[in-house]
Design a protein around this ligand. Structure first.
Ligand SMILES: O=C(O)c1ccc[n+]([C@@H]2O[C@H](COP(=O)([O-])O)[C@@H](O)[C@H]2O)c1
Ligand SMILES: Cc1cc2nc[nH]c2cc1C
Length: 329
């Protein structure tokens, strides 16, 4: 193509990965969708978030009213928006426009008991797997995975420490905006939870990924793990968003390593544990904008970069077709 060798940098790597995912379909336009998985977290009773847990319910209503950041970005970039209630602590029965997949009204408080039963984890995984089937049937070829759940950075940090074996200090940040003292409290809670169920420093053997979800996970995290597994099974390209959706993808990778080839990291979140997960997965973030919002915002922002990479690959002239001279040697 008419450019110095390697001059499109990371766009060339993105195009190469996308071609290997899309195979004979690489020249077709990408059909984009974002799935925002919402659920509540019992561990919020321990004072681990800067915001009250009712914000989960309120933000779901905001998504449906098109007022959230993800609505603005999805509309701008032509991305179909899907909001999934996997476990919000609210009665949404009569609400239109929401994908009703509630497994239970929030997880249990992991400080006292496992967040979920094994049956609940399997149900939440199946919510994601079934939505990935629906997404494939709708013709989506590029899906962003986002979430909403007050307290879910606590679950994601615990998952990250267990999978990557990094300390709670390294994997835990301020989430929605804790002060220094409250951050120390959050770290102590996570450490106590890991000690209680997994022993010193999270134990010596890697725990079963489904058990990790059951004990310290979240309903939306389990659903995102199922969705990631399902989309990869269907050969659909997946853009993970920030810390929490990447934690879900890391569990999917721990279960089925072949998932890795279908994953793109939309951005690098400000939440410090995100880098540990990106290292674990071997992913390079497309964008670094110091964001820490969630909702799928970083993933949707990266979609036009992926589309740009594919359009360059598909539409640029070659040295031969344009009559441009090649390098000297
Ligand atoms: O995407 C991220 O990296 C990210 C980092 C920090 C916070 N969040 C969002 O904030 C909420 C979780 O924060 P917290 O403090 O309640 O655990 C949840 O709704 C996430 O979408 C998201
Ligand atoms: C307002 C608000 C919006 C969010 N979107 C994702 N997580 C969030 C957390 C809060 C608090």
């Amino acid at each position: 193509m008419t450019k110095p060798l390697g001059s499109l940098g990371g766009l060339e790597d993105l195009a190469a990965q996308m071609v290997s995912i899309r195979q004979q379909n690489y020249a077709k336009p990408l059909q984009k969708a974002v799935y925002v998985f919402a659920a509540d977290h019992g561990v919020t009773a321990e004072g681990v978030s800067a915001y009250p847990s009712e914000v989960t319910r309120q933000m779901v209503l905001n998504f449906l009213a098109h007022g959230a950041a993800i609505n603005v970005l999805a509309k701008l970039h032509g991305v179909e928006m899907n909001v999934v209630d996997v476990g919000v602590d609210a009665d949404f029965d009569r609400i239109d426009g929401l994908l009703h997949r509630k497994v239970r009204r929030g997880t249990r408080n992991m400080m006292r008991e496992p967040a979920m039963s094994r049956e609940e984890v399997i149900e939440a995984l199946n919510v994601g797997l079934n939505l990935a089937d629906d997404s494939k049937a709708k013709g989506h070829s590029l899906v962003a995975v986002g979430e909403m759940g007050i307290g879910n950075t606590t679950a994601a940090s615990a998952i990250t420490s267990l999978l990557t074996r990094r300390s709670v200090e390294v994997t835990t940040g301020k989430g929605t905006g804790l002060n220094t003292e409250a951050l120390q409290h959050k770290r102590r809670i996570i450490e106590a939870v890991l000690q209680k169920y997994f022993g010193e420093a999270g134990g010596h053997t890697l725990p079963d990924p489904v058990d990790v979800l059951r004990i310290v996970g979240g309903l939306e995290i389990a659903a995102m793990t199922g969705f990631t597994l399902g989309a990869a099974r269907h050969g659909v390209a997946i853009v993970v968003d920030g810390f929490i959706s990447t934690a879900a993808a890391a569990v999917a990778f721990a279960l089925v390593p072949q998932v890795r080839g279908y994953l793109f990291a939309g951005h690098r979140s400000e939440e410090p544990g995100h880098q540990a997960l990106l290292d674990y997965l071997g992913l390079k973030p497309i964008l670094t904008l110091n964001m820490r919002l969630g909702e799928g915002t970083g993933a949707v922002l990266a979609m036009p970069i992926l589309e740009s990479a594919m359009c360059l690959y598909n539409q640029m002239a070659t040295f031969e077709s344009a009559g441009v001279s090649e390098a000297k040697d």
